[in-house]
Design a protein around this ligand. Structure first.
Ligand SMILES: [Fe+2]
Ligand SMILES: [Fe+2]
Length: 344
């Protein structure tokens, strides 16, 4: 424990080929050896002639790349115990078939978190940054004028269990802000956007907008769990979803004298923030505050998805990425976008 727990101990396996690089390079000649990754989306498949093989994704903090383990390589890959979230070191080759690239894994072994530099593999906000952002969130609560709304927010965000969970939570498994601290980052991004547009709409109640933003995704602290190497949707997350879970949390903190009109407005924001029924909201926004929250939520999450696509994918010869199921089109990689690779 003494030497393993020491952050200064040199790690045995460090990154040579980042997922982002492997997705974008045109050089297929490199032999990948002892490269650390995290395993995602592990599935058993069969080829057209019935031969079993494994499909998976290999991830590090720069992104994910598809991978395959063919039956002939099973023995050297020790696949029987392999599961999602495992840290592995692999050997293999970058391959392309029908325009789709993947890593053919020829060797794989599971390793412990003490043998790798976990920060190279897991996207994460630094703890000091998380604390700084959370302090900013509490300062924002300090600017709320209405004493009932202020008290409600203080009771929720100063609750020790909620504050710890909120700092750790991601805003999603894979779609946007999908790393610990991501929910906090997403929430504050929305506050900044709302502050910029609120002066244009004097009819809107700032307290309701800001409170609505802080609370709109709070159910995600229960919808997702943050594991050591990945984010996973919980049973409650699957069965109830963060909108219902958010209402449940806020309900627990409402005092008897909390004004009914405010309660309706805040609940309406939580229920309608996805904007459209097809995006999982049971209601469409019916108040000016709810439409503002929904618009800045869409801006924060969609732009982040574009950024991620530009950072982690490779465009075709015309500059288009593959069809993106959430953006619902193919993203165009504008010529002025430089793809900065992560430095090792
Ligand atoms: Fe949401
Ligand atoms: Fe959101």
């Amino acid at each position: 424990m003494a030497s393993q727990g020491n952050v200064n101990t040199p790690r045995k396996y460090v990154k040579n080929y980042w997922a982002q690089h492997l997705f974008q390079t045109d050089d297929f000649s490199n032999v990948i050896e002892q490269e650390p990754f995290i395993v995602f989306n592990l599935r058993q498949h069969r080829t057209s002639d019935g031969t079993p093989y494994l499909r998976l994704e290999l991830g590090d903090r720069t992104g994910r790349i598809p991978a395959r383990i063919w039956q002939e390589d099973f023995e050297r890959c020790n696949i029987t115990e392999l599961k999602e979230g495992d840290i592995v070191v692999i050997g293999g080759l970058l391959t392309e078939f029908n325009g789709k690239r993947y890593i053919r894994i020829t060797e794989l072994k599971r390793v412990t978190e003490f043998e790798v530099e976990l920060t190279q593999l897991v996207a994460n906000l630094l703890q000091e940054d998380v604390e700084k952002l959370y302090k900013e969130l509490l300062d924002i609560i300090g600017t709320i004028q209405d004493p009932h709304i202020k008290k409600l927010l203080e009771n929720i965000f100063k609750d020790p269990i909620i504050s710890e969970a909120f700092k750790r939570s991601a805003a999603g498994e894979t779609v946007h802000h999908d790393y610990p601290g991501g929910l906090l980052e997403h929430t504050l991004e929305m506050v900044h956007m709302a502050e910029a547009i609120l002066p244009h709409y004097p009819e809107a109640n700032r307290d309701i907008v800001i409170a609505g933003i802080l609370l709109h995704d709070i159910g995600k602290i229960i919808e997702y769990e943050t594991l050591r190497t990945n984010i996973r949707r919980t049973k409650k997350g699957h069965l109830l979803g963060h909108i219902n879970l958010g209402i449940e949390i806020v309900n627990r903190f409402l005092s008897e004298d909390f004004p009914e009109e405010y309660k309706l407005h805040l609940f309406h924001i939580i229920l309608s923030h996805h904007g459209e029924l097809e995006y999982g909201s049971p209601l469409r926004p019916a108040t000016i505050e709810a439409i503002i929250v929904s618009v800045v939520d869409g801006a924060s999450s969609k732009v982040k998805q574009y950024q991620k696509e530009l950072r982690t994918k490779k465009p075709d010869e015309y500059g288009f990425g593959e069809y993106h199921k959430y953006i619902r089109t193919r993203v165009y990689f504008s010529p002025w976008i430089t793809q900065n690779e992560e430095e090792v």
